[in-house]
Every structure is written in C-alpha cells, then in structure tokens.
Design a protein around this ligand. Structure first.
Ligand SMILES: [Zn+2]
Ligand SMILES: [Zn+2]
Length: 251
C-alpha cells in the first residue's frame, strides 16, 4: 500500500510500504480522511522517519468483526482497559500503556492501518466524511476540557483565547453546552470572522477590564495564559487547552 512518510530532513515521501497486519484484538482500518494537525510539525522538525497522522477516520475492513464495514474514528491512546485510570474512564491516562497511534506507532497518512479495537469510535451516519475528523482534536479536545470545567465555573461570560482549530471547536462545544455569552480574542484578526460565524463576539486582546467566569485558553501562548489569569472572575476557571512544551512560570 502507499503511505505518506516523513523521511527526515523535512521531506515527505509517498512510499510503497508493507500492508499492516493487525494483531489479535486489532482491526484493519481503510483510511478515508486523516486531518493535518499542527502538532505533526514536532515530528517533522525533529527529522523523524515515520508515517504520522493522528486525526484518523476510515472504514473497518475485518470480515467477521462486529464493526466490519462501519465508519469509525480512531481514539489514539492505546490503553489497557483494566488499570485504575482506565476503569474510571480516564483511558488517556492509562497507567500501563503510553502509546499514541500516529506518534509511537504508524498513523493515518496511509491507505490503511492496524487499530486496536478498543480505539474505534463509530461515527453516526449523518456526519459526513469531511467533517468526521473534526470530532477528534478540534471538538473532542475542547469538549472534553469544557465538560470538566463546566461544573466548576460560575455563571457569566466566557472568553475563548485563540481562534485556531481548538478555539473554534471550543466555541461550538460551549454553545452546545448552553453557554450564550461567548467572546473570542485572537491577535490574528483574519481568524475572527469564522469564530463570529460560529457564535462568538470579538473581544479586544488588550482589554483587561472585563472579567470572565470561564477563560478557555486555546493558543498555548504563555502571554495568553497569563492574561487569562488576570481577567478570570473570582471563583472562575481558566482552562488550558492550548499545548505548550516550554516551562511556564505563574507569578
Ligand atoms: Zn492533532
Ligand atoms: Zn489502563
């Protein structure tokens, strides 16, 4: 089969590679869509030689399996299902497995891949192929964080910092959860119209007078995290959804 492989030195090769051979308790997934993700650039910049891709959507091709022929997304943390974390539903924090599909084993920039059956998420028929991958990093990440934050945050306005994919997903998830007074800030003004179309009101980046019950920080920038700490209302919540590997000092 063909795969798009990072080939080191910032090159991508479309290469003929051996077809995946699913292990016991795994299925073959024929890829229909794999979304590009900004975090793939970490592997790219490191010069990894690897087939990445972790926002994966496809159709199960394992005759006899209960999900054969079903459209499925891939939940990328491989997990044991038996440890204390897994039994509590925190399968992303499994105590015995720390493998991510598309990071530590081959990902979805290929015609097919082997997927542990525990990582299959069937997709409802009314979600089109092009939109299905958005249920993972874009809406899944933000929705998961907001679901944890919601019971802690008081009533009031909410601010989304950063109108990239995760920020836009946060706006969609916030609306779905019933938040109505949603604001958004981004240094890049060109990003705001889409956020507005999804139901958020632009908020000036430099404004520090309005306090927010919930600040959903989706950029990962330390400056934005610090700002969130300053403008959150008493008893409010700052939710850090944006990724950043560099140490962050809270003053
Ligand atoms: Zn991603
Ligand atoms: Zn586990």
């Amino acid at each position: 089969m063909l795969a798009a492989r990072f080939d080191g030195n910032k090159r991508i090769a479309i290469a003929e590679v051996p077809a995946p051979r699913p292990a016991p308790n795994e299925v073959l997934l024929r890829v229909k869509r794999t979304a590009l993700c900004g975090s793939d650039t970490k592997l790219w910049n490191k010069g990894a030689v690897f087939t990445p891709g972790h926002e994966i959507f496809g159709v199960v091709d394992s005759p006899g399996h209960v999900l054969d022929g079903r459209r499925c997304l891939v939940y990328i943390p491989v997990h044991c299902g038996r440890c204390v974390s897994c039994l509590h539903g925190d399968t992303h924090m499994c105590l015995t497995e720390s493998v991510l599909i598309g990071w530590n084993r081959p990902g979805g920039y290929a015609e097919a891949l082997a997927v542990p059956e525990q990582c299959l998420l069937p997709v409802p028929d009314d979600v089109p192929d092009d939109l299905a991958p958005l249920l993972l990093d874009t809406i899944g990440t933000s929705g998961h964080g907001l679901r944890l934050a919601r019971p802690l945050a008081p009533e009031g306005p909410v601010l989304v910092l950063g109108a990239g994919p995760v920020g836009l997903g946060a706006i969609v998830a916030l609306r779905d959860m019933g938040w109505r007074d949603i604001h958004v800030s981004d240094l890049r003004a060109a990003r705001l119209p889409l956020a507005q179309a999804l139901g958020a009101r632009p908020h000036p980046v430099e404004d520090t007078t309005t306090r927010f019950a919930l600040v959903a920080e989706c950029s990962g920038a330390h400056a934005a995290r610090n700002r969130g700490m300053h403008i959150v209302a008493p008893r409010g919540v700052v939710l850090l959804l944006g990724e950043n590997d560099d140490p962050w000092t809270i003053e």
